[in-house]
Design a protein around this ligand. Structure first.
Ligand SMILES: [Zn+2]
Length: 212
């Protein structure tokens, strides 16, 4: 792919924001495959700060955002380096791209955000999101649960301000008969938002009164 085509592709797909540039592309069935290389390949060893030498390259495959409605896979060619500093514990390391994806993740950061947005904001089903990305239902479900746990556990103050809780039980039909419990207890924060509270105060029903 020549430089102009690569620039156009990177602009359309915004891949430079991930720290990679598109070098080639292919369509296979319903999937679009983008072959990419890092924009910069700094060989500095993160352990000792010495300049390492190039060893080889590995391909990392990641699911990215769908392009014009088609599932998209990134094939990122990542260099691996050897640190020759005898005092350093790191021997071989792979270039890390902090804006691309977490270590060992199967989706890019922006794809993970897209999954959460589809599920939480657009109320899309897990099955529909999995189909849009051409990945398994379990991957989308596990990713969503993991990220939500991180968001909750990383914010010890996430219950601050909660004054009204709604409690209910829900039975999942799709797990009936597989030996696991099909009931879950659901807790919902029903504390009026400041905007709602403001509106209610206008009608003489302030948030404190609702709390009782
Ligand atoms: Zn080193």
């Amino acid at each position: 792919m020549n430089a102009t085509a690569s620039l156009l592709a990177d602009t359309i797909c915004r891949t430079v924001e991930l720290g990679v540039t598109i070098t080639d592309a292919a369509v296979l069935d319903d999937q679009t495959h983008l072959f990419c290389s890092p924009v910069q390949a700094d060989p500095t060893c993160l352990d000792c700060g010495e300049q390492a030498r190039l060893r080889d390259h590995v391909e990392r495959r990641l699911t990215d955002l769908p392009i014009v409605g088609h599932p998209t896979k990134l094939h990122v060619r990542l260099p691996r380096f050897v640190c020759d500093n005898p005092a350093c514990e790191t021997k071989i390391f792979q270039l890390r791209l902090p804006k691309l994806a977490e270590d060992r993740a199967k989706t890019t950061f922006r794809c993970t955000r897209w999954i959460l947005q589809r599920l939480a904001i657009d109320r899309t089903s897990v099955a529909a999101v999995a189909k849009a990305l051409d990945v398994g239902w379990d991957l989308v479900n596990d990713l969503a649960l993991s990220k939500i746990r991180d968001m909750v556990y990383d914010q010890p103050d996430h219950l601050d301000g909660v004054r009204i809780l709604g409690v209910d039980e829900h039975k999942w039909k799709h797990v009936r008969g597989d030996g696991t419990s099909s009931f879950v207890t659901v807790l919902v924060d029903l504390t009026p938002s400041p905007v709602v509270g403001h509106d209610l105060r206008a009608f003489g029903e302030g948030p404190d009164r609702l709390a009782r």
